[in-house]
Design a protein around this ligand. Structure first.
Ligand SMILES: [Zn+2]
Length: 151
């Protein structure tokens, strides 16, 4: 059996696992008016790059801009139970210049890097859930799939 065939079987198995119909509007104030905001487009692009990797447990992922002010100060949330087609909500205002300037990791003008960091962090929680692992913040914070191998 060729590697290509194995991959196809794996992809089909993953497709069949995709059962959730989770709608983030149930839990969050989704900002449909920001779907085409450049920050939202970049966040989705990062998600697409992660989905294209062989070591992530999904082929399609979704990022929704949302107001998260009331969610324990979170700037983004991975929606539990969606790892086979992950849903991440992100507060774009929290990633704008004032946040970037105050953040220890990112300076002014590094908004895109901050968004990339946020999406990869949240997707690591999806990986943790898919493997039955606890959500640990340190590992999620350290994972950089674009520069380091994890597996
Ligand atoms: Zn986290």
């Amino acid at each position: 059996m060729s590697n290509t065939t194995l991959t196809k079987i794996e992809l089909e198995a993953r497709y069949q696992m995709r059962e959730h119909d989770y709608d983030p509007n149930w839990d969050y104030e989704v900002r449909e008016d920001l779907f085409t905001d450049c920050r939202a487009v970049w966040a989705q692009r990062v998600m697409d790059l992660l989905a294209a990797r062989a070591d992530t447990p999904f082929e399609v992922g979704h990022v929704f801009p949302a107001d998260l002010n009331a969610t324990n100060g979170a700037i983004a949330v991975y929606c539990s139970g969606t790892y086979n087609e992950p849903v991440v909500v992100i507060d774009l205002a929290a990633h704008s210049e004032p946040f970037a300037a105050e953040n220890e990791l990112y300076g002014p003008g590094e908004m895109n890097a901050a968004i990339e960091h946020t999406i990869t962090h949240e997707i690591y929680h999806a990986i943790q859930e898919s493997e039955g692992l606890p959500f640990t913040e340190d590992e999620a914070e350290d994972w950089n799939p674009f520069t380091r191998e994890r597996f």
